[in-house]
Write a protein that binds this ligand. Structure first.
Ligand code: COA
Length: 338
């Protein structure tokens, strides 16, 4: 585990002591200063780089010291990927690591002996996040503070089951991994999309399902499995991604198992998803990016009433070449409800 340490003049001596002790254990220590005692240094200047390092690596931890620990914790908590807390004994260090999943520990050198501080550090480094209800709460903090969230509409579980003549759209379940894996086994699907890997392994499907569950909980993406009514098999996926509730727009994406192509299935699914986007999510605009050499997908969005808005040249490096993207969009008032 990488540990980034930093301290201003108030925490300088404590940081030096902790580095000496931690180096004797098996941690990878990186000292971000101050490198000498300077009574005139300012903690924001000293600790900023260590904070960025921790934010960039989800397995890393940070330890920041100043006189009270409070200044550095205020600085650290401004970063959206940091959860920092001041701990003044082992009990609170354990609790804040387990429940708040803190990735930066802040120590007040004026209020702790060096030995006490070392015990707190050991507790911080040896405890794990408990997840569960604590994860839900942290997700809520992110939701309230992330940009572009606007007013998030209430969505009931029953809103997430959409029915048409031949298909049902519903959130993905762990047990869908095999259907997804089998239906996606056509290189043309990966070639026509931006993120679907090739070759595609069963683990890719499992990871994808977990990701869709998390993003559905956060309401940042709404991905649905396309289930054939008569066979109860997930034959593809369709969803709204990059959902922005402030500007009320989202991106549409989809793929379908190739043995089901050209039977109007994604057009059927598209109508359901547009209705869901405009009526339940209260979106104003839904857009779609399609590689210029994908006539079937262009046909789908044109049948759904999207308007071609322009060509973005060489936006994506895929399949070892630059690909042009055609942008399509549809506004709430343009969507024909039937
Ligand atoms: C694009 C895709 C989702 C379309 O799904 P689908 O259920 O077959 O779509 P639909 O049947 O509803 O409509 C496809 C239309 O394109 C037409 N089409 C298919 N291949 C075509 C081609 N090579 N040239 C021109 N039109 C074509 C079909 O005939 C149909 O039009 P029609 O209804 O007028 O006959 C599916 O082909 C797919 O998964 N492709 C790979 C992944 C992908 O491209 N995803 C979208 C990324 S933006």
């Amino acid at each position: 585990m990488k540990i980034f340490l930093a301290a201003d003049h108030g925490g300088f001596e404590l940081k030096e002591y902790l580095i000496e002790k931690l180096k004797k254990q098996k941690y990878q220590i990186e000292d971000y200063g101050a490198f000498k005692y300077n009574p005139r240094d300012d903690y924001p200047d000293i600790v900023k780089d260590a904070i960025i390092k921790v934010a960039k690596d989800k397995n890393a931890r940070g330890i920041l010291c100043c006189r009270s620990g409070i200044g550095v914790s205020i600085m650290a908590n401004r970063h959206p990927k940091i959860r920092a807390a001041v701990a003044f004994n082992k009990k609170i260090a354990k609790e804040t690591r387990q429940k708040n999943n803190i990735n930066i520990l802040c120590l007040g050198a004026d209020y702790l002996s060096q030995k006490q501080a070392l015990e707190i550090v050991k507790t911080f480094l040896s405890n794990k996040f408990l997840g569960g209800r604590h994860e839900r709460r942290l997700d809520k903090i992110n939701q309230y503070h992330s940009k572009n969230r606007g007013n998030i509409p209430k969505i009931k579980n029953s809103d997430l089951r959409l029915k048409a003549k031949r298909i049902i759209l519903r959130p993905l379940k762990n047990s869908d991994a095999k259907d997804i894996y089998l239906n996606i086994q056509d290189k043309r699907i990966s070639e026509s999309t931006l993120k679907i890997p090739w070759p595609y392994k069963i683990e890719d499907a499992q990871i994808f399902i977990q990701k869709t569950k998390k993003s559905l909980q956060k309401k940042s993406e709404f991905v649905f499995g396309i289930e054939l009514k008569n066979r109860k098999e997930v034959i593809g996926c369709i969803g709204l991604d990059k959902v922005n509730f402030e500007h009320k727009n989202a991106e549409l994406g989809y793929w379908l198992g190739s043995k089901y192509w050209s039977q109007g299935i994604v057009t059927e699914a598209g109508k359901l998803i547009l209705k869901f986007g405009f009526e339940k999510l209260k979106l104003h605009r839904i857009w779609c990016c399609i590689f210029s050499d994908n006539p079937a997908s262009k046909k789908v969005v044109e049948k759904l009433g999207f308007k071609r808005e322009g060509l973005h040249r060489e936006t994506s490096w895929r399949e070892g070449r630059w690909r042009d993207n055609v942008r399509y969009g549809i506004l709430d008032r343009e969507f024909e409800r039937s």
